[in-house]
Design a protein around this ligand. Structure first.
Ligand code: ADP
Ligand code: MG
Length: 719
């Protein structure tokens, strides 16, 4: 453990604390820096490009590159890189130096518009799901002007990082960012006409995102002594200590000094990079914490989350700590999620999921609110699929995390509004005048009070309305939020397109605007009310109830992600322009491959640990007990029992290991990718559980002198 900061050091630290507002964004090529380093005309053109109102032409790119280079060099940067998010799961970069030789062979600093716009990393070792055959092995990264460039300070050097998309040479997306950006465009394209029904002043809409990042923070000595943490990010064995999280004494408790020092350091780095961190607190499990920022436009917020995850790891190391972002690092103890708060905003400053004050804005709210519910109902399995991963499978449905059943929580007050909407419409196509008046009054009177209900939020729901946004709680802590955000934006775009067509059809037949809207909402509520659930999502009753309602409860990733490759889903992605069939299918393959590989690594790590670190001390313990038995003058029942118990466990562990080995070999030999992934889900994972069961029992009874791995009680309680 590193030494505690002395009082004097602490005092001097407190004296030198900088105001967050003064350092905020100092490493970012933000509007302020752009104004300073770009000619006015170029600045204006760049802003228009950022708003999607004009393409980046060569001359703009050259001018922006010149300003960006000057800024970066003033900031002390020597290299630049495109900063992108390949499907491999971590941020990728390829650094190039500004250094170039001019015609006379003299060294100069060079950064052209072309280098800003495009880079060509060797793409052949990034996962592509078969999109890139060898003859088109090149992929390229392309500048995303909507997310500002920034300077990364690592290893004592400074690098200009340019957020970028990553695509194959034939233009297919190979990353998380491209589909997200396309989904934001789709949302604007199909949603704007609906928005204009209420707010004609809006000229652009976009999704907003604010994530809450959960994580574990542990001392590096425990991390380094655990091959499973090093290689897989989670513990593959480990007995639950008698005290774990029953007392709930960690949640919101005071934060240990050392952890707080890490958090403050992280916040300092985050502020300089323009990440608007806002909240920090302890979470439910021992050694578990959370941080959350103010919300931003989805693409930027997501880049900030990716950047923060990277920062967390580096800052933790400085403090002799390690951050665990795995969804389930410790069995039997709460896992880590990432709540993704999501809404839709307009450039005129409105939040479309915030109930307004006038009857008109309330109807607008209700329209978007009901359309979200309809979209979640219609694309339920796809939402589930968007948050599926081998690690999140271990968390979902664990009675501490949202279940794998996707439902929507709306709370009591809005439930009343929805119920009213559901009953209201008579046989005729339109409401009578009185009914319309009554319904409008009801909506007007009910909606303002929903905020009172906020304290009573349902923490068990995977998708909850929380006053002015929806909160997708089923996202895993280690995940890239772009994946679920892309799905939410896409299904919402598709839904709003449908809504507008339905609306036009009624209006063309002569319906009044408000009546037409209410009529459609009525229909949508009827069609999608099954997805609304305000009760306890962790209960067994809900599992049965959901089944009656026809909502799926899909336990594993290989099964879940099939929802991406159905004909309807491909039609959804193609019609909205978010992904082509080839892209969707490639991604599906990448996810299956990654799933199988990751479980394979886990299984092999477990086998190694059992052979190297668990069985040998157990066998040594056995031989010590045997020697004791032989040396005792009289038979000792306690020693014999202990010997027998240990002997039995060693045998069982060993045969469980042999079983596991067989299952892994079988899975490895399976040539069909979906089948292979399924074998890892249905055979290898359970076989690993079997090994773990005996290993954990051994840990509980074995002589602690011989046990080699840090216990949960040490990892989680010694801070
Ligand atoms: P909780 O009570 O769930 O911890 P908060 O109310 O503190 O949540 O907010 C959680 C997150 O929601 C924050 O990251 C915040 O920025 C985000 N958020 C707030 N409003 C919006 C919005 N309109 N769109 C997206 N995210 C939002
Ligand atoms: Mg939350």
């Amino acid at each position: 453990m590193s030494e505690l900061t002395s009082l004097m050091e602490m005092e001097s630290m407190l004296d030198s604390v900088e105001k967050p507002s003064e350092i905020f964004g100092e490493l970012v090529f933000n509007e302020e820096a752009q104004r300073q380093y770009l000619p006015d005309a170029v600045f204006e053109k760049l802003q228009e490009a950022i708003r999607g109102q004009r393409p980046i032409t060569e001359d703009i790119a050259d001018a922006v590159a010149a300003g960006m280079k000057a800024w970066a060099i003033d900031m002390g940067a020597t290299h630049y890189t495109h900063w992108f998010q390949p499907l491999a799961g971590t941020i990728a970069q390829k650094h190039d130096s500004f250094l170039a030789l001019n015609k006379e062979g003299k060294p100069i600093e060079k950064f052209s518009g072309k280098a800003l716009v495009q880079q060509e990393p060797d793409a052949s070792s990034f996962p592509s799901g078969g999109i890139r055959s060898t003859f088109e092995a090149r992929g390229y990264t392309a500048w995303d002007p909507s997310s500002p460039a920034f300077i990364m300070e690592t290893g004592g050097t400074r690098t200009l990082c340019i957020p970028a998309i990553f695509v194959s040479y034939t233009g297919e997306a190979l990353d998380y960012k491209t589909p997200l950006i396309r989904s934001i465009h789709a949302l604007n394209k199909y949603g704007l006409p609906v928005v204009k029904l209420f707010f004609p002043e809006a000229t652009r809409i976009f999704s907003t995102m604010g994530w809450e990042q959960e994580y574990f923070l542990i001392d590096e000595q425990w991390y380094e002594a655990r091959p499973d943490l090093i290689l897989t990010g989670r513990t593959l064995v480990g007995a639950l200590p008698p005290k774990n999280q029953q007392l709930e004494d960690h949640y919101f408790a005071s934060i240990p000094d050392r952890v707080l020092a890490f958090m403050a350091d992280l916040e300092y780095e985050a502020y300089r990079l323009g990440i608007p961190l806002h909240t920090r607190h302890n979470e439910v499990a021992p050694s578990q914490y959370e941080c959350a920022p103010w919300f931003e436009e989805a693409n930027i917020s997501n880049d900030h989350n990716q950047l923060l995850m990277d920062l967390m790891d580096r800052v933790a190391r400085r403090h002799g700590l390690r951050v665990l972002l795995h969804e389930k690092p410790f069995a039997g103890i709460n896992g880590s999620g990432k709540h993704m708060n999501w809404s839709i905003g307009t450039d005129s400053g409105r939040n479309l999921l915030a109930p307004g004050k006038t009857p008109e804005t309330k109807l607008a709210f209700l329209t978007f609110f009901v359309n979200v519910i309809k979209a979640i109902n219609d694309w339920n399995d796809l939402v589930r699929a968007s948050i599926a991963s081998d690690s999140n499978d271990l968390r979902l449905g664990g009675h501490e995390a949202p279940p794998a059943i996707i439902s929507v929580y709306i709370g009591d007050h809005l439930q009343k509004v929805i119920d009213r909407l559901e009953q209201s419409v008579p046989d005729e196509r339109f409401l009578t005048e009185e009914e319309e008046a009554e319904l409008k009054m009801f909506i007007h009177e009910t909606i303002p009070t929903i905020f009172l209900d906020n304290t009573d939020r349902n923490r068990t729901s995977p998708f909850a309305f929380t006053g002015n946004k929806f909160e997708l709680r089923a996202v895993g802590a280690s995940m890239n939020c772009a994946q679920p955000a892309t799905v939410l934006n896409t299904i919402m775009a598709y839904q709003l397109k449908q809504f507008y067509e339905d609306y036009q059809a009624l209006v063309d037949k002569g319906a009044k605007k408000e009546l037409a809207i209410l009529e459609i909402l009525h229909k949508y509520v009827k069609e999608s009310k099954r997805v609304i659930f305000n009760g306890d999502n962790y209960s067994e009753d809900w599992v049965r109830e959901a089944e009656r309602r026809g909502l799926n409860n899909i336990p594993d990733t290989p099964t879940a992600i099939k929802a991406y490759v159905t004909d309807e889903a491909i039609k959804l992605f193609e019609e909205t322009g978010v992904s082509s069939r080839r892209e969707v299918e490639a991604r599906y393959n990448v996810r299956l491959e990654k799933y199988a590989q990751r479980i394979h690594i886990e299984a092999m790590t477990l086998i190694e640990m059992a052979n190297q670190q668990i069985l040998p001390p157990a066998i040594q313990s056995l031989s010590e007990l045997a020697a004791t038995l032989n040396s005792l003058p009289t038979e000792n029942a306690a020693v014999r029992k202990r010997y027998e118990k240990l002997s039995e466990l060693v045998e069982r562990l060993n045969s469980a290991l042999e079983q596991l080995q067989e299952k892994v070999e079988k899975a490895e030999q399976e040539g069909d990718l979906p089948k292979q992934a399924e074998l890892y889900a249905k055979e290898v994972r359970p076989a690993m559980e079997e090994v773990r069961k005996y290993a954990d029992e051994l840990e509980r009874i074995m002589d602690d002198r011989l046990w080699q791995l840090p216990h949960y009680r040490e990892i989680l309680f010694i801070k």
